[in-house]
Design a protein around this ligand. Structure first.
Ligand code: C5P
Length: 237
């Protein structure tokens, strides 16, 4: 498997072609960004930690019956993945109120959400990833109704699998974002990543933040907290 040309450089990952046209390499970089790229820093070891964290979670999800893009860990910072035709909407499930939900609705951070909520956001940096609904996604051709139903069901399934995993490690999975794509057969497959960059995790007792909010809010000990999360769920880094 030869690493080929760069296909796309995102804010924290770079995607490369490979000698197999149906496979890509994801390179997790140390770059850490927030507020649509307004705040960017290099954090030592973050690429390695997120690459290994993502692989561990994706394996756990595969074992529980969720199809994911991940094929293999290639190196500290690189994973081999299936090439997907990515659907340009982000799926967010929330178990507790935080972040943009609190800003939008004025609700108190930490409020338990019953039922858990599901939101869609358009992936568009220039527009700051606006919230959209299912009819927008269908009307503008980003996804079909059937694909949206599958994405929603899969996002809740991932929540059902991961809430107990983090609970065993004494943590609350507050919320998270997933992205899906289509494989060569048109099946919906979980893509992108699941790392503390794209979810919120709090210590269940103290409510200490252990995710990217540490970076957004300037709390420090960002990568150290990601490593703590990994170790609490059985991955030593
Ligand atoms: O900012 P907001 O509260 O809407 O984020 C909800 C969840 O989705 C958080 O866990 C956040 O880290 C994640 N997210 C993300 N990428 C984005 C927007 C949100 O990973 N572009």
């Amino acid at each position: 498997m030869q690493k080929g040309e760069e296909l796309y450089r995102g804010k924290a990952k770079t995607v490369f072609h490979t000698s197999d046209e149906n496979k890509l390499i994801l390179e997790f970089r140390n770059d850490t960004s927030a507020f649509d790229g307004e705040k960017i820093e290099q954090l030592a070891r973050k690429g390695e930690v997120n690459n290994k964290f993502n692989h561990y979670i994706m394996q756990h999800l595969e074992a529980a019956g969720v199809k994911t893009q991940v094929e293999a860990l290639l190196s500290d910072n690189e994973s081999l993945v299936k090439k997907l035709d990515m659907i340009p909407v982000e799926c967010v499930v929330r178990n507790y109120a935080a972040g943009s939900l609190c800003r939008r609705l004025g609700v108190e951070e930490g409020t338990e959400l019953k039922p858990q909520t599901f939101e869609l956001f358009l992936k568009n940096d220039a527009l700051h990833d606006p919230m959209v609904n299912e009819t927008h996604a269908i009307a503008f051709g980003w996804a079909s109704q059937d694909q949206l139903e599958q994405m929603k069901a899969l996002t809740f399934k991932v929540n059902d699998i991961l809430v107990p995993l983090f609970k065993q490690g004494g943590m609350l999975l507050v919320d998270f974002k997933l992205e899906f794509g289509l494989d060569t057969n048109g099946n919906i497959v979980l893509g992108d990543e699941f790392t503390p960059d794209g979810c919120r995790l709090w210590d269940a007792e103290t409510k200490k933040k252990l995710d990217k909010d540490r970076f957004r809010q300037g709390l420090g000990l960002v990568v150290e907290s990601y490593i703590e999360v990994a170790e609490r769920i059985g991955l030593s880094l």
